[in-house]
Design a protein around this ligand. Structure first.
Ligand code: XIL
Length: 452
């Protein structure tokens, strides 16, 4: 057969062969597309699944994913005091309004974040010199104004944020120093008056496991309840480091639930040293899965919110130099293993174990005026096969006439080749090849081979 190929055709064939090497990754990608959205999986488990968002980004793919996957939105910055009242008496509700409207349009809850904090306050507030009475009035007015504006439209407010030091003592904020520890009880009471339907939370970080800080929070919640102060929930921020999900997370959630309050995971992210690699992403999946499973295990854990759903909208890289990749979607909105960790813990389809290291490469060997020889090489690295099936579709009427080292059939344009009895096994680091003769006319474009 090769005798019929002219030198010119041989050169052409070499060019075609070079261009025709098409790799096919054997992966579980097709299985992912059928997964239910996180918000539906969460609903089936009685959980709200949320994300922090940036209002200006809620269009295009970012908006589509936020709407499709999540049943709760938390403004990442838009409701903080410094955002809503940059100058005293001058309010800017633009972004907060936008997020609330988006949530309403998509059947989503809103978590209000946050009313009383020591960060991201306006300069006029932090730079002022206030008597305790005046400071108390400023705080009450702030709560009345903001909670009142969104009355009936906020499912839960993070009323007080980050009130404790790591050792469980009160953080010496402008509120604590100016008003004493009762600023917390007062803020909760004022928030309740401004919107009786909103669930009122105290929120903090490094309180995910049982430790001195979470125990101080626990003692506070218990005493607030004993005093009749309105407190409905505790927010565990959960800004976690890769591989460091506290082993006492579920126990800690349970002890708050047993006090008679709801628990929310309010700001989940799992940061890693950059750059990410497959081992780190697999670890991150396990971490997201563990946090979600702990919430699923406790009925009163009502909301699991991630602090940004895409690596392109995360606070981590600018806050922790050298760390990042902390969210469930990459910067191009592709779901990462972490996404599947959440989905699986919510009862979604299990991602197949990674099989991505076996590939198939198609190449044209020689080609003459009516026919050609072809070759497919299946190579494995970090994986192995005990049998294989390679399929492809010919786009220009090519037809297999004979094959060796595989059993090939063609139906219409679809070619299916399965291993011969003696070469089904492809070891890790090894490869097998099979060959065929085929006819062509007009053109002979290379197909993409799928391994299955
Ligand atoms: C972060 C925002 O995500 C950033 O955009 C901003 O620059 C700083 O604040 N704990 C909280 C959140 O309660 O409000 C913080 O959000 C992250 C830590």
């Amino acid at each position: 057969m090769r005798s019929s190929s002219s030198p010119a055709r041989t050169r052409l064939a070499a060019l075609v062969a070079g261009a025709a090497t098409v790799g096919a990754l054997l992966s579980g990608a097709a299985a992912h597309a059928a997964d239910s959205p996180l918000r539906d999986l969460g609903a089936a488990k009685g959980k709200i699944v949320g994300t922090a968002v940036t209002g200006s980004k809620l269009t295009g793919t970012y908006g589509d994913v936020a709407a499709a996957q999540f049943s709760s939105l938390t403004p990442g910055n838009a409701m903080k005091w410094g955002s809503v009242e940059p100058s005293q008496g001058v309010f800017d509700w633009t972004e907060a309004d936008q997020i609330v409207a988006f949530a309403q349009a998509h059947g989503q809850q809103v978590r209000g974040h946050t009313l009383v904090w020591h960060n991201q306050n306006p300069n006029w507030l932090t730079g002022g010199s206030w008597t305790p009475d005046r400071l108390s009035t400023l705080l009450r007015n702030h709560i009345d104004t903001e909670v009142g504006r969104y009355k009936g439209r906020i499912a839960a407010w993070d009323v007080v944020n980050e009130a404790f030091n790591e050792d469980g003592t009160y953080r010496p904020t402008l509120w604590y120093q100016g008003l004493g520890a009762d600023y917390i009880a007062n803020a909760l009471t004022w928030a309740r008056a401004a919107d009786p339907a909103a669930k009122l939370y105290i929120n903090d970080y490094n309180v995910e496991g049982v430790n001195a800080k979470s125990t101080a929070l626990y003692d506070l919640v218990r005493s607030l309840k004993a005093r009749g102060v309105p407190i409905d929930g505790v927010g565990l921020q959960a800004h976690l480091v890769l591989g460091q999900v506290p082993s006492t997370l579920q126990q800690n959630i349970q002890r708050f639930a047993d006090l008679g309050v709801d628990v929310a995971i309010t700001e989940l992210d799992v940061r890693m040293t950059l750059p990410p690699d497959s081992a780190k992403l697999a670890r991150q999946k396990a971490d997201y899965q563990a946090v979600t499973a702990a919430c699923v295990a406790v009925t009163r854990c009502v909301n699991l919110t991630v602090w940004g759903f895409t690596d392109s909208d995360s606070w981590v890289e600018s806050t922790f130099p050298g760390e990042g990749a902390a969210t469930p979607y990459d910067a191009n909105y592709a779901p990462k293993p972490a996404y599947h960790g959440i989905a699986e813990a919510l009862g979604g389809a299990t991602t197949p174990p990674p099989t991505g290291a076996c590939t198939a490469a198609y190449a044209v060997g020689s080609q003459w005026n009516t026919g050609f020889t072809g070759n497919v090489t299946i190579s494995c690295s970090g994986a192995a096969l005990s049998s294989w099936k390679a399929t492809w579709t010919y786009g220009a009427g090519q037809r297999i006439t004979q094959a060796w080292n595989a059993d090939c059939t063609q139906s219409g344009a679809t070619v299916t080749c399965v291993n011969a009895p003696y070469n089904g096994s492809v070891p890790d680091g090894g490869s097998v090849s099979f060959g065929f003769n085929a006819s062509w006319s007009g053109s002979n474009p290379a197909p993409t081979v799928t391994l299955g």
